[in-house]
Design a protein. Structure first.
Length: 517
């Protein structure tokens, strides 16, 4: 870094100061879906007038067009520096960074430079950045002028005044953050809308309360219907990837609230979000929210059990092109066969790169046709349906509700036990606590597992029981739905290799179906 000494600055040929105006506002209003620029634009005229009074040269065009005006709109100046062990917080102040680079470049080129702002706290609200700005001003002779007051950074008094201003601004930011956090805590406990970006499925509607404009969430009918369809799809055995594929191939495609395409992870986050069930997270508890639910609490609890609560649990993954990939199993090595086209023809193969022997390869069409026929025949058989209902249970409107109630009661009791165990005034036997905890954990795990099993119960309940109606449903269903139907009744299919150039036939010599019941 080249530092310009004070003696060098005395002999600069160009004595006119080039002023660079920096404008910033933390929170810009939204008008017609766009950020309002009036807040920062209102700062510009007095800054230009100040430059004129001081005789500084300022090009009033934006710096992107070669001018001297740098604007950060809707960007906070607090916590903008990256510190050891901490992530950079807030939006990057790109215009401020460009301003500093340009001012230093001017000084290194031998030109007097000054920075103009509305107030010192518009430039920075972080004491660390204040010190950096002071160091830059001392090293390069860069001046500072603000509409609300003068800061001569070449003197100890001016630097002290600038430091005090930065400390006060930092205190105001922290105090405001504390008030906002307290207010958000109150809103969470009351289940109220807290502002910010709307969630997919709801829309923000302005209302008048006590003469002031407030906002509430209402259903976005089209998006809410899409969420219900996606929820039903997953609840009856479908995959997230199929929903994402369907949404992305629509014309126009279904987009997230911020205008981006969906992916499986974002869809999973949506479907396990308490918001769509009319709930709000308050710490470890759920409270009733003041916005309308898109799906029922019971459906949401099932989705949460199926898709998991950890970000890494993305729910069921299904192949995109093959009906029974992973269901067919190689006779030679017992490895599931996967889809692998052969000379452009869809086929299943025991693939070496997936741990298989590589000895078995079958064209997909005849296998899938015979599997379809076997599955539909099985589902239309009264004896098979009876066995499936015994295995999966009958669908009932109160089944999920009962399971949720059992689990919530066990969770509440477990919380009470933990509170008692942590209370020094209460005598509590550690062994008794461990025993009670194991029992309650067992109830919680069993209820969660049964909620997941309801996926098969729901899928079975949606199926007609006659061959003709099953065929009609199959013809209308997409690949993901067909896979769910197959998995409902088929555990695996051993594909054999009879040899001798024989063509595949659905006989014990060529394959064997292992039914789930």
């Amino acid at each position: 870094m080249s530092v310009v000494s004070s003696s060098e600055r005395l002999f600069k040929k160009d004595t006119q100061v080039r002023g660079r105006v920096y404008l910033r506002i933390s929170d810009a209003d939204i008008r017609n879906g766009e950020k309002d620029t009036a807040g920062v634009e209102n700062q510009l005229p007095p800054c230009l007038a100040l430059a004129e009074r001081k005789g500084w040269q300022v090009d009033p065009r934006p710096y992107e067009q070669g001018g001297d005006v740098y604007i950060d709109n809707d960007v906070s100046a607090s916590y903008s520096m990256k510190r050891p062990g901490k992530k950079r917080s807030g939006k990057k102040r790109s215009a401020y960074d460009a301003l500093i680079r340009a001012a230093i470049a001017d000084a290194e080129a031998g030109r007097e430079t000054g920075v103009i702002g509305w107030d010192a706290d518009r430039i920075t609200r972080d004491p660390r950045e204040n010190e950096d700005f002071i160091d830059m001003a001392e090293d390069y002779g860069i001046q500072l002028a603000t509409v609300t007051g003068e800061y001569d950074l070449s003197t100890s008094g001016g630097r002290l005044h600038f430091r005090i201003k930065g400390a006060i601004a930092r205190h105001e930011s922290e105090h405001r953050a504390e008030r906002v956090a307290l207010k958000h805590s109150e809103l969470r406990a009351a289940g109220k809308y807290w502002g910010g970006q709307r969630g997919f499925g709801h829309k923000v509607v302005p209302i008048i309360v006590d003469g002031r404009v407030r906002y509430r969430l209402e259903l976005h009918d089209e998006e809410a219907d899409l969420i219900r369809q996606a929820a039903r799809h997953v609840l009856r055995g479908g995959s997230l990837s199929a929903v994402v594929r369907a949404w992305s191939t629509r014309r126009p495609p279904v987009l997230r609230a911020r205008g981006r395409l969906w992916d499986s992870q974002r869809l999973r986050e949506l479907l396990i979000s308490p918001r769509i069930a009319g709930l709000r997270q308050n710490g470890n508890e759920l409270v009733e929210a003041d916005w309308p639910a898109i799906i029922s609490r019971d459906e949401w609890e099932q989705l949460r059990a199926i898709l998991g609560t950890k970000p890494t649990a993305k729910g069921p993954k299904e192949p995109r092109s093959y009906l029974a990939s992973g269901i067919y199993v190689c006779e030679h090595c017992g490895t599931p066969m996967l889809g692998q086209a052969r000379k452009g023809t869809p086929a299943y193969a025991c693939r070496r790169e997936k741990g298989g022997c590589g000895r078995l390869h079958r064209i997909a069409a005849p296998l899938d046709a015979y599997l379809q026929e076997a599955v539909l025949e099985a589902l239309s058989n009264p004896q098979m349906r009876a066995k499936l209902e015994i295995a999966y249970g009958r669908a009932g409107d109160d089944t999920a509700s009962e399971l949720v109630s059992q689990r919530d009661a066990a969770l509440a009791r477990l919380k009470q036990l933990r509170d008692l165990a942590g209370d020094p005034t209460v005598e509590f036997d550690v062994d008794d606590f461990a025993t009670a905890k194991r029992r309650l954990d067992s109830v919680i795990n069993e209820a969660t597992a049964r909620l997941v099993e309801l996926q098969q119960t729901n899928a079975l309940a949606d199926l007609p029981d006659t061959r003709e109606l099953l065929q009609e449903l199959w013809d209308r269903a997409d690949l993901d739905r067909r896979r769910a139907i197959v998995r409902l009744v088929v555990d695996k299919v051993i594909v054999k290799a009879p040899g001798g150039g024989k063509r595949f036939q659905p006989t014990p010599e060529h394959w064997r179906i292992y039914w789930r019941v």
